[in-house]
Write a protein that binds this ligand. Sequence first.
Ligand SMILES: [Zn+2]
Length: 77
Amino acid sequence: MDKELLAMLVCPLCNGKLKYDREAQELRCHYDGLAYPIQEGIPVMLPEEARVMDADEKLHTSPGRSPGRSQERSGDA
Ligand SMILES: [Zn+2]
């Protein structure tokens, strides 16, 4: 992704700055809790295409977090 292009991108809903997640290939708006996908290097700035982030994701956005985290923690036997 082009850094200058990224800097120009804002959320279409709130016009806020987006956070680029290089690993997930997403542009995230923490205000709306949406993650816009980047498909083949092209950001898809459509709210209907965006992924709704978990509340958990909105709070913790440490880089290097694997996108496909499992929530299977039923009993630690
Ligand atoms: Zn937004």
